[in-house]
Design a protein around this ligand. Structure first.
Ligand code: C2E
Ligand code: MG
Ligand code: MG
Ligand code: MG
Length: 290
């Protein structure tokens, strides 16, 4: 049945649920005001060295924290912000918070790489690079401490300009990560032209890989390819210890997921590290695996 196959394929190609504005829950004006009032807050999820269990970085993830304390997840408002011309302001707010947070951690001796997600629109013009360059100059953060996470589809959406913008970012010293790798149907030929520094395998190939042969094959091949291309390899969505051990066997560099921690407010991180030091040590590579 062709129409069914076509719609299943287009579903696969889409990273998030359809961007139907959730206008029953909020109006466009609510979102606009929320961005201006600082209700869009970055939470941070640890990225750990898979071999040692040591924290190496965090990913900043946007949450809409409403005045009544309720929280709206990014899949509900990011697509709306993208569609209605608000994503530029929203992203700059997240970048601002992430830089301020990294500066604070730097001062306490906690030097973590900071990953920030970008939308396709950010690759449409040089405006964004100019804005973030100015922004990080106001903080004690160097470009090489920041990694921009970009999905394959956002690059392919507008390859011509995206190539130029990404090359400029790389020249400034920023890291560039392919996010949700394996879900975007991008051509290798196109990806190879972009100066990526990191590859993040999508969680659909990570979650349960220890149990499922075909996931394991895809995961291992993606990691092997990326390692051989000298990219930093990252697995997202690690929820089970068996999957974590598998990542160690496959030589994955960094791991991120609920097994380690959910995204948390920045000020909670040092405390979380202290309380979980013992647990994190148990994640290191067992002697026999080294
Ligand atoms: P992403 O960049 O692929 O981020 C990973 C998502 O997986 C996050 O969802 C994270 O909380 C979730 N996750 C992490 N570990 C696990 C796990 O072990 N199991 C499961 N089931 N999920 C896990 P979140 O925070 O809801 O964000 C969803 C997406 O929204 C992100 O996917 C990203 O595409 C987008 N997003 C979030 N913040 C921003 C932002 O500031 N700007 C832009 N443009 N997009 C953002
Ligand atoms: Mg991401
Ligand atoms: Mg991802
Ligand atoms: Mg994802």
């Amino acid at each position: 049945n062709l129409p069914q196959v076509a719609s299943a394929l287009s579903g696969l190609n889409r990273k998030q649920p359809a961007p139907a504005p959730d206008l029953a829950k909020f109006s466009l004006n609510d979102l606009r005001t929320a961005i201006q009032n600082g209700e869009i807050q970055a939470h941070y999820q640890p990225k750990l060295d898979v071999r040692t269990g040591v924290i190496k970085g965090v990913e900043a993830l946007a949450r809409w924290v409403r005045p009544d304390g309720s929280v709206i997840p990014p899949n509900r408002f990011i697509p709306v912000a993208e569609q209605y011309g608000m994503i530029h302001d929203l992203t700059l707010r997240i970048v601002e918070q992430a830089c301020a947070q990294a500066t604070q951690w730097n001062k306490r001796g906690l030097r973590l790489s900071m990953a920030i997600n970008l939308s396709p629109q950010q690759l449409d013009s040089d405006q964004f690079v100019d804005d973030i360059t100015k922004l990080i100059e106001r903080h004690a953060v160097r470009a090489d401490q920041i990694v921009w996470e970009i999905t394959e589809s956002s690059v392919v959406a507008n390859l011509g300009t995206a190539l130029g913008v990404l090359a400029r970012m790389r020249l400034k010293g920023f890291g560039l990560s392919i996010d949700d790798y394996g879900t975007g149907f991008s051509s290798m030929q196109q990806l190879a032209r972009i100066p990526f520094t990191e590859l993040k395998v999508d969680r659909s190939f990570v979650h349960g890989a220890a149990q499922r042969e075909h996931l394991r094959v895809i995961l291992q091949s993606a990691l092997e390819m990326a390692n051989r291309l000298n990219l930093v390899t990252v697995a997202e969505g690690v929820e089970h210890l068996e999957d974590w051990r598998l990542l160690q066997d496959f030589g994955c560099v960094l791991g991120q997921g609920y097994l380690i921690a959910r995204p948390m407010p920045g000020p909670d991180l040092p405390d979380w590290l202290r309380k979980n030091a013992q647990y994190l040590r148990t994640l290191h590579c067992e002697q026999s695996r080294l």
